[in-house]
Each structure stands twice: as C-alpha cells, then as structure tokens.
Design a protein around this ligand. Structure first.
Ligand SMILES: Cc1cc2nc3c(=O)[nH]c(=O)nc-3n(C[C@H](O)[C@H](O)[C@H](O)COP(=O)(O)O)c2cc1C
Length: 159
C-alpha cells in the first residue's frame, strides 16, 4: 500500500482515465467515489433547469451519498479528482472531504473539463476540511497528458 491515494469522481469516464494516469505517475493507490445513485444522462443535462446537476449546483448544501467511501486514514497524501461543473467540484466531493478526517494530510485536487481551469485548484473546497489540512494547488489535467507532464507536476508539488 502506498502512502498516496488518488480518489476521484467521474460521471462520464474522462476523470476516471485521467485519475488512472495520475495514480500510475504518482505511485498511488486509486479509489473511485461511486455515487449511491448513479448520474444518468438526464441528470447531467445542464440546460434543463430541473435536472439533478442543476439542483445540486443551486443548492450547495446537497451532499450526494457515496456507495463505498474509501478510508483515507492510512494515507499522507490524497489526490482528489473531479469533473468541473460550472467551474467547481460537484457536491459529492464535499461529501467525501467532510466525511473523513484530513487533519495533517496533504490534499491536492485535479480536475478535467471541456476548457475551464478555474476550480481545478481546489481553493473553493478548503472549507470542507479542517484547518490543519495541508492544501497544495491543484490543476486541470487531460486524459491525454503525457506521463512526463504528470511526473513534472508531481515533482514540482514537492510532496
Ligand atoms: C453539469 C456539467 C457542468 C459542466 N461545467 C463545465 C464547466 O463549467 N467548464 C468546462 O470546461 N466543462 C464543464 N463541463 C464538462 C466536464 O467538466 C467535462 O466533460 C469533464 O471532463 C467530464 O468528466 P467525467 O467524464 O469524468 O464526468 C460540465 C459538464 C457537466 C455534466
């Protein structure tokens, strides 16, 4: 078991692919954050004002449940990955962060998106963890980023 974990949510597979590349480059274990209630296509329709993703975006207190929450207690570094939804992490990421004790751990976010980069840094998520969590600046990654690109980023983080 590594002391690094990649934990990610992916609705349509892009973040899943990126997470696997990152885990390989970082020598990390990997766990998917699977929603108890999976997102169907209609749930992801951001043009429908009554769709699930829009409701969750508009009500920041909603915490979608995770089917099998990975235990982070044995890890020093946790990479947390997600697709950007309106330049932010989907609320399920807050479910994960708020359900575990990240005190003293290093958390680094990564995100996939169509084009956005804002929100990948993870700055907006800091209030979901205790003050003693060490946050490093996350970034957008693409499923096609080379192993060398990911290795350079991980090295620059100075973990
Ligand atoms: C509800 C919703 C909101 C999105 N908002 C953005 C956005 O603000 N900026 C962007 O570049 N892409 C946005 N996207 C596109 C996703 O971030 C992108 O397709 C992502 O790579 C999907 O990852 P996944 O396949 O792991 O779910 C959005 C997608 C959805 C479903």
């Amino acid at each position: 078991m590594s002391n690094r974990l990649v934990a990610y949510f992916s609705a349509t597979g892009t973040t899943r692919a990126a997470a696997h590349h990152l885990a390989e480059a970082a020598g990390a274990d990997i766990k998917e954050l699977t929603p108890t209630e999976p997102y169907r296509d209609a749930d992801l329709n951001w043009t429908d004002r009554s769709s699930r993703c829009v409701r969750e975006h508009e009500d920041v207190s909603i915490r979608p449940q995770i089917a099998d929450v990975p235990d982070v207690s044995g890890y020093d570094v946790v990479f947390v990955g997600y697709p950007l939804w309106w330049d932010k992490a989907p609320n399920i990421i807050r479910t994960f962060l708020e359900g575990q004790d990240f005190s003293g751990k290093t958390v680094v976010t990564f995100a996939t998106s169509s084009t956005s980069t804002e929100g990948a840094t993870g700055d907006h998520l800091h209030d979901s963890c205790s003050a003693s969590t060490r946050w490093l600046t996350g970034r957008r990654i693409a499923a096609h980023d080379s192993a060398a690109t990911l290795a350079t980023w991980i090295n620059d983080l100075g973990l």
